[in-house]
Ligand binder design. Structure first.
Ligand SMILES: [Zn+2]
Length: 173
């Protein structure tokens, strides 16, 4: 599925988990890593795609339709069933099921594309809209419970600062 759909679904999953039994910073990071960032393996398929599509289509190879038509051909190592063993090893090593749950969610969503939902279709946009609505509700609820008196905007700014600032401080230090 599209990156925003994976991101929204993973964040909804994180917020549900946070509400159910709490989720620390490592948990959020692992969820985003195995639920969203694994799509970077599509880049590995770019040379093979261009080698096949460029001679036949030229610039049209970059059209959204042509790119989407490549479908599961974009999937590489991080989407391979065998990669599940690596994810399982990480989960066991870190004693958390979060990587497995996030990876399984991602795989299920990508499977749904081939099973009829399609890529960037009205059905996927409807799913994205539903996820964003759930995300808005859950984020507001999460902030209210965790930091009484805070707005979602203030929480988002503080979270972003907490994620970005330490790396800047490290770089300058
Ligand atoms: Zn994917």
């Amino acid at each position: 599925m599209m990156l925003p759909t994976h991101l929204a679904a993973t964040l909804v999953g994180c917020l549900l988990l946070a509400r159910w039994r709490g989720l620390d910073r490592e948990g959020w990071t692992l969820a985003l890593l195995f639920g969203v960032a694994i799509d970077v393996d599509h880049l590995l398929e770019v040379p093979a795609y261009l080698a096949a599509a460029w001679p036949a289509r030229g610039l049209a190879a970059f059209s959204p339709g042509a790119l989407a038509g490549h479908g599961a051909g974009w999937h590489s190592i991080f989407h391979a069933p065998a990669f599940g063993l690596v994810v399982a090893a990480v989960a066991i090593g870190l004693r958390t099921a979060v990587p497995l749950a996030a990876w399984a969610l991602h795989q299920t969503m990508d499977w749904a594309v081939g099973a009829g939902v399609g890529f960037a279709t009205p059905a996927e946009f409807a799913l994205l809209a539903a996820l964003l609505a759930a995300l808005a509700f859950l984020a507001r609820d999460h902030v209210r419970r965790t930091w009484p008196g805070w707005t979602v905007a203030r929480w988002a700014r503080a979270s972003l600062a907490a994620a970005v600032l330490p790396s800047i401080v490290r770089r300058e230090g």
